[in-house]
Design a binder for this molecule. Sequence first.
Ligand SMILES: [Zn+2]
Length: 374
Amino acid sequence: MTFRPHHRTAAFFVLAAAAAAAAASFEFLSMRRSDAVHPSGALTRSAMLSDYAPSLRDTPGDTPVYIFDSGVPGGTALVLGGTHPNESAGFIAAVLLAENVRPTRGRVIIVPQACASGFTATDPLEACPTHFTIETAGGPRRFRFGARGGNPLHQWPDPLVYRHFPSGQQLSGMESRNLNRSYPGREEGTFMERVGHAFLSLIRTENVSVAFDLHEAAPEVMIINAIITHEKGTDIAAGAVLNLEFEDLKYSLEISPKRFHGLSHREWGDSTGAVPFLMETSNPVQGRLRGVTDEALVLEGNDPFYRTAAALGTVRITYRPEGEPLSLRVARHVQGFRRLMESFNETYPDAACTFEAVPDYTEILEAGVGRYLR
Ligand SMILES: [Zn+2]
């Protein structure tokens, strides 16, 4: 066979495709490298989620659990970030808490990446970055930007209809990989049901008294800048919302619907002794109106299309004209956590859990979140 010009063209395209595939696979595999978390000096025990559910050991569902024990009897507070890995403020707020908190009474348990599987991929067709970088005093730190649900490689295929266990509630098939639809889970269930079950087991084993699940949602979602509570926590949340209002911080108070199953604020409250709260901030990266979706949007939360929509007022959105930067969203989570804990401690003095060295809203906003990452 003689070598002709069209063979050269074909060879060029084969090589170009191989180069593109190599670059893409390098980026794809880079998402399997874990993010570094440097817990504060008050860390007393580093555990893994699989310690509470051995079937998760050596699976992509396993994730670090940081335990900070004051040594003084009191309650136990649990904080989950990264239930939805594409909601970066929930993840980074949990990292910030883990890297600063010093309990003075009771214990604080922090899981920054609750849905570890979801950190290993991004959502298809969303054009999201795989990572984002936060500048800190010690240099830049790179964190993963993951997907809403678990990686399809870890639970496949999605059913046409997802039937929640044990309620039988029906949801779209892809929700079967959503950790926040998979509680209370079951030991012998699907991959995500086993992760959900592991958290219930952690809450029971560690006798958690108050629990937080940190989230974000698109600016056009109705429940935003909100505290969602199980009915057990209504008075505690109302007290916190009032105190936040005095600081000029508005959080809407939502009660978890009794018949909407699978969510942390419903199932943790129904199935364990913990009083659960879920918080949401406004994140344009998740919105349908957004334009270019890059690291800058994750960090600055400043999108021209949301700015225009806010100015026109034609869409009901929760969006500040100057943007929704990560530092502001993290500051809201941390301040919500602080005020909810104060309110919880007043209601349950025997299960009180106090701590110091956690920066407040103004400190995080003024110095930036990187100032509080080690
Ligand atoms: Zn979420």
